[in-house]
Structure formats: C-alpha cells, structure tokens
Design a protein around this ligand. Structure first.
Ligand code: SF4
Length: 84
C-alpha cells in the first residue's frame, strides 16, 4: 500500500501548472470538484507500494508511466478533496 504525503492538485488558481507525466498516463484518474480543482490520483498505488496515491506534482520521472491513448478528464464532481 502506498503512503500519502499530502494531496496535490491543479486548480484554477494555478493556471499553467503542469502535472507532468500524470497528465497523459493510463494509470491516472483525474478527479474534479465543483470549484474547478483537479486532483490526480495514481491507480497503481492501490496494488503497488512504490507509488503514491497522490504523487507530488509535477511528476518528471516515473517507472509506472504508460502513455494513455487520450488525456484523462475529471471524472467525478465532488465537494472538497478526495478521501485518502
Ligand atoms: S504511474 Fe506515475 S505517471 Fe502514471 S499516474 Fe502514477 S505517478 Fe503518475
């Protein structure tokens, strides 16, 4: 199980912030909320302890990176940060 060291997000208040490799990785799940924030959750963390559920952004190097066929879009609209 991965360790969490915080929640990292990209929001409207951080225009141009680059999530790095997570932006187009097949293992990311982008979670949006009503305030326009987007959280990048690494789904590999559920089964591999080398990965953090919410990796520090931007991710510049990652052994688990696999390019997705399309960029992730926020799938869920939730209030507040996602559960750890
Ligand atoms: S495998 Fe790496 S690049 Fe892909 S979502 Fe997880 S942390 Fe981001």
């Amino acid at each position: 199980m991965g360790q969490d060291f915080g929640i990292f997000l990209i929001s409207d208040s951080m225009p141009g912030m680059d999530p790095g490799l997570c932006a187009n990785c097949r293992h990311v799940k982008a979670l949006g909320n009503a305030r326009g924030s987007v959280f990048y959750m690494c789904t590999l963390a559920e089964r591999d302890s080398r990965f953090l559920r919410y990796p520090p952004l931007p991710v510049r190097s990652c052994d688990g990176y696999e390019r997705a066929s399309s960029a992730p879009t926020p799938a869920n609209k939730e209030e507040g940060p996602p559960p750890k």
